[in-house]
Design a protein around this ligand. Structure first.
Ligand SMILES: [Mn+2]
Length: 368
């Protein structure tokens, strides 16, 4: 049976928060998506862009992508759209366009080659698109231009990587521009917006979807379900969304009320313990600190090294009482010692000495 598999925003090579484990997470999600897709033996692969996070990916991520793409291309044609992460100021500065040179079954959509046609189960299927274009006028013009050239195929698919009005701001493609070309296509796909969803605003004319990403790139995406799309038998209005097991990510927000630093520390500890299943955890606690703010622990990630990302922020809330400001004499070295101690930095002698030195040299200039 004819089927089309669409995978997007894998962000291979992203060293999220400089954690090595995150590099592996992107690779794992990419591999899982490909394994699950290949098991279904699709007739065509469409990659919606941001395969890589950086224009010059690290060699390991590049190797993973090249090997897997070549493996896939041995059996199935692959189309790549170029995402914003694969573009600098000029398309030639990124490696993604040259992937079409590594295998005859790999094709890259660019403004120079925006139209591809494949024979799938005896049907002529056109796939059309161009690289991410930052300028709104240029993007809309390009969209209009390539769409005017579309005709004569049994099915036509538009694949872009753009911010569409209502989904991301600033957008490059207005809903009016998209609606203006929608009737040319049987399916509209876009990468870029990482949460898979239909683009409802044009669905009265044609099926349109944001494909979704395979792994999250920020805590803002913690609620997103990751995965990819699978279309069977040219039924473009009913894709199957196949989930990928991305690294769990969670944001816990609580307000503690008025508490002593030791109670706040205990509360954070309890939250961390309760969420052990989630290796990327953000804890945002607001608290009225009844005591010295610097007695609240700040070095949580070194206390829990088994977390990939442990991001704890404790925001002091103002009490009803007036905040009283105490003037500290920073010329006393003991203030620096105390600060470094409480920040868990007491082993950073060199940094501390540097701070004292810098303060003595420049600090007094601020006092007017
Ligand atoms: Mn992306």
């Amino acid at each position: 049976m004819a089927s089309i598999c669409c995978i997007s925003d894998c962000h291979l090579g992203f060293r999220h928060r400089l954690k090595k484990q995150r590099l592996k997470d992107y690779e794992k999600a990419f591999n899982e998506a490909l394994d699950k897709a290949l098991a279904r033996d699709p007739s065509l692969f469409i990659f919606g862009g941001d395969l890589f996070h950086h224009t010059r990916p690290d060699p390991k991520s590049m190797q993973v992508a090249v090997r897997r793409l070549m493996e896939v291309a041995d059996s199935t044609p692959c189309i790549l759209c170029i995402g914003n992460h694969e573009i600098e100021t000029y398309i030639g500065s990124s490696y993604t366009p040259i992937l079409s040179d590594i295998h005859e079954n790999i094709h890259v959509l660019t403004s120079e080659s925006p139209h591809l046609v494949f024979d799938i189960d005896g049907k002529r299927v056109g796939v059309h698109g161009f690289q991410y274009t930052r300028d709104k006028r240029m993007a809309e013009e390009k969209l209009g231009e390539i769409s005017s050239e579309v005709s004569g195929n049994d099915y036509d698919i538009l694949c872009i990587h753009q911010a569409i009005e209502h989904y991301l701001e600033p957008h490059e493609i207005s809903l009016a521009a998209l609606r203006g070309v929608a009737e040319k296509y049987d399916l509209i796909l876009s990468g870029h917006f990482h949460r898979h969803q239909p683009i409802e605003e044009v669905s009265d004319t044609t099926s349109a979807f944001y494909i979704g990403s395979t792994e999250r790139i920020s805590f803002n995406e913690s609620m997103n379900v990751n995965g990819f799309l699978f279309f069977e038998n040219f039924r473009f209005d009913r894709p199957e969304f196949i989930p990928v097991e991305s690294s769990p990510m969670r944001v816990v927000r609580e307000s503690a009320g008025r508490k002593k630093p030791s109670e706040i520390n205990k509360m954070v500890e309890d939250i961390i313990e309760e969420n052990r299943d989630c290796k990327c955890l953000r804890v945002s606690l607001s608290a009225e600190v009844d005591g010295d703010y610097f007695d609240v622990f700040h070095d949580w990630d070194s206390r829990y090294p088994d977390y990939t990302i442990l991001d704890v922020s404790i925001m002091p809330t103002a009490s009803n009482e007036l905040l009283s400001l105490k003037i500290l004499d920073l010329n006393e070295d003991s203030i620096f010692d105390e600060y470094f101690e409480k920040m868990g930095l007491s082993n950073r002698e060199e940094l501390k000495e540097l701070c004292k030195e810098m303060y003595k040299k420049h600090g007094n200039n601020f006092i007017s």
